[in-house]
Design a binder for this molecule. Sequence first.
Ligand SMILES: [Zn+2]
Ligand SMILES: [Zn+2]
Ligand SMILES: [Zn+2]
Length: 107
Amino acid sequence: MSVIKCAFCKGIGKDPFDLLSELATCQVCGGKGKVEVVEPAIKCAFCKATGVYPQGSRITCTVCNGKGMVTVKGATEECPKCKGTGTAIGSGLPCIKCRGKGVVSKK
Ligand SMILES: [Zn+2]
Ligand SMILES: [Zn+2]
Ligand SMILES: [Zn+2]
């Protein structure tokens, strides 16, 4: 387990989009500006480690839950289906094979 800077609010602890009010706390880190991830973790391919769901939305990334990092298990290799982008070609949704992580377990 390690503590990283919250990707969604960039460590500020406030809602980056001011959805409720300027003073609203970040829903990902609860205002702490930091989140815990279970190691080993890699950058989330789907949101490119921004913690924000792509395509200009204001919701948290569903792959990493806004943390910007995702936990992987054991040895991994680039997902052949999405070529490591984490995004399903055409739909813009998280890749089904790697669930948006961009990597799959090595066999
Ligand atoms: Zn945060
Ligand atoms: Zn993500
Ligand atoms: Zn994939």
